[in-house]
Design a protein around this ligand. Structure first.
Ligand code: B12
Ligand code: SF4
Length: 495
């Protein structure tokens, strides 16, 4: 079959800081190719809707699959599905990915026939059986597949994440992926899943709290095939198991692979496994993202983060001492008042780290979805991008956005202060000399994108597709939130 896979557009707020290759889609593409299908990929983060239309016309795919890890992309994907149905006769359109897995039935209804199926859970195991079943009209019998005719059995988990290796060769604009000054930047996955259970997060519910590790040799072999000098490690929490991080490091040292890395982890993991991070520092670990979430224990308890403020501050010191640049995330509670914003600004100015702010947002698949969703002030999918307030704010909404953007720009100015600007200028000059302009654009676009009036105006746009409200669910039984319910047969070991 001719299969066209599509990643939707970047959300404007994330595009400022980073734009990364769609690793999940590349893995689905690889699995389909292994089954003998002819596969192409269009990434709308770096290509236009016109380019997609041209690709669809020339390739004439039998099937088109959209990757929907983000709720905010659902309206765009439904509209594109409608257009493809009109322009490519008989094409089979399906969706897959993280977020759509939690709202499959509702999205099928909203698409009114433009979407034939939604794949819930991991795509590598589903894509082959789905494409095989399509000609017989039997898609609804495939594990993980949902159609308006019915639901297949529960989704199947990959036994091992060592393969298939992402089909990176199918992406045509690899130089457009970057994160900050790591420009261009590739992505890699060493582990899948997260054993924690933070109330605002759906990473653990998607994988049923399982945790799988790539074999160190496969990880190093894959890294050896990555051409880019910079690499983003997509793991939710890097190096939970120090012996795994060490074993990959040993393979890389043996092969003399040296790159610059960006990873995400937790404060307690960094404090517990300091040595492995130090080893990776020597291998090129340059940036680290710590999901601090709150600066006080009240907030940390609320999100069930299971770390203390003290751990968080000690982790920052540890990373600083290693010479790693840290970005921390804080969750902005819509209940914040002027004083709270002021305290956070003070904190952000006092620490040398890059501070990111995301607005607390109940997502389907999270626990807060079931406790907070009744209070939603909007159900417009496009506003569920953790930069908009979707539950009532204590401050009037315009004042909330004014404070949010003010806090973000104070932080941004801090980073573009004289010393940083000189550092940035040096990096910039190097990047431009290599023809890489992503980082430069990022520095200039901040004020254009972060604008309180624009954020407020986003709430006034006509809404065509609305997020469904949650079914009543007793979150006391957490398993009922899971997409993947069964542990993997191999490698799905608890931590
Ligand atoms: C890496 C990552 C990113 C990268 C994205 C890279 C990219 N272009 O894909 C970056 C850093 C840019 C990013 C940004 C954001 N992210 Co993000 N991200 C992740 C993360 C940590 C891992 C994703 C990943 O690559 N996993 C590895 C691959 C192999 O898995 P996968 O992508 O899930 O793909 C598998 C399945 O989903 C499925 N699949 C995927 N696509 C398709 C397509 C088809 C057709 C099929 C059949 C199956 C299928 O099969 C794949 C293989 O098993 C996840 C958390 C998580 N654990 O999933 C959050 C996560 C997806 N992000 C999240 C959020 C909120 C964001 C941001 C909105 C945050 C922000 N404000 O900046 C932005 C928005 C991005 C945008 N649209 O522009 C949320 C999603 C929330 C939601 N419900 O919408 C998650 C779940 C994190 C969380 N803990 O809540 N993110
Ligand atoms: S926020 Fe991080 S630690 Fe918590 S469940 Fe999500 S991925 Fe795991």
């Amino acid at each position: 079959m001719r299969l066209l896979l599509v990643h939707p557009s970047a959300l404007m707020y994330s595009e400022i800081f980073l734009r990364l290759e769609p690793l999940g889609l590349e893995r689905v593409a690889a699995a389909a190719r292994e089954d003998g299908h002819d596969v192409r990929v269009v990434d709308l983060q770096v290509e236009s809707h016109g380019a997609l239309a041209r690709e669809a016309a020339s390739f004439a795919p039998h099937a088109v699959g959209f990757s929907l890890n983000y709720l905010a992309n659902i309206p765009e994907a439904i509209d594109l599905a409608r257009r493809l149905k009109q322009t490519v006769p008989g094409v089979y359109v399906f969706f897959g990915g993280h977020s759509v897995s939690f709202v499959a039935d509702e999205v099928l209804q909203q698409a009114e026939g433009a979407v034939d199926a939604v794949v819930r859970g991991e795509g590598e195991t589903a894509i082959g059986p789905l494409l095989e079943a399509v000609p017989d009209g039997a898609a609804h019998t495939v594990p993980g597949v949902v159609t308006t005719e019915g639901h297949g059995p529960p989704p199947r988990m990959l036994h091992s994440i060592d393969s298939p290796r992402p089909a990176r060769d199918l992406l045509r604009h690899r130089r457009r992926y970057f994160i900050g000054e790591l420009d261009p930047c590739a992505s890699i996955e060493f582990t899948r899943g997260c054993p924690w259970d933070c109330s605002f997060c759906s990473a653990w519910t998607f994988y049923g709290r399982s945790y799988r590790k790539a074999s160190p040799r496969a990880a190093a072999e894959e890294l050896a095939t990555v051409r880019e000098r910079n690499v983003f490690i997509v793991d939710d929490v890097a190096f939970i198991r120090p012996e795994h991080g060490d074993a990959i490091a040993a393979e890389l040292e043996r092969r003399r692979i040296r790159k610059r890395y960006y990873l995400e982890t937790r404060s307690d993991v960094l404090l517990r496994n300091t040595e492995v991070f130090r080893r990776w520092r020597r291998l090129g670990l340059a940036y680290m993202f710590l999901g601090m979430e709150a600066i006080d224990s009240e907030g940390l308890d609320l999100y069930r983060k299971r770390v203390s403020p003290d751990d968080n501050f000690r982790a920052l010191e540890t990373a600083r001492a290693m010479g790693i640049t840290v970005a921390v995330n804080l969750i902005v509670d819509p209940a914040w008042d002027l004083e709270r914003f002021r305290v956070v600004r003070e904190f952000a100015l006092a620490v040398p780290e890059i501070v990111h702010l995301t607005v607390m947002t109940p997502y389907p698949g999270t626990e807060v979805w079931h406790t907070e969703a009744r209070r939603l002030t909007t159900r417009d999918y496009r506003l569920f991008d953790i930069q908009h307030a979707v539950v009532p704010t204590t401050l009037p909404l315009d004042v909330f956005y004014r404070e949010l953007v003010r806090t973000q720009s104070v932080i941004n100015r801090k980073h573009l202060g004289l010393r940083t600007a000189l550092g940035a200028a040096r990096v910039l000059a190097g990047n431009l000399a290599r023809g890489q302009t992503n980082f430069a654009r990022m520095l200039w676009r901040f004020n254009h994108v972060y604008n309180p009036r624009r954020q407020l105006a986003d709430h006034a746009r006509p809404v065509r597709y609305e997020l469904p409200l949650p079914h009543r669910l007793d979150v006391g039984d957490r398993k009922r939130l899971y997409v993947h319910t069964r542990p993997a047969a191999h490698g799905g070991q608890p931590v």
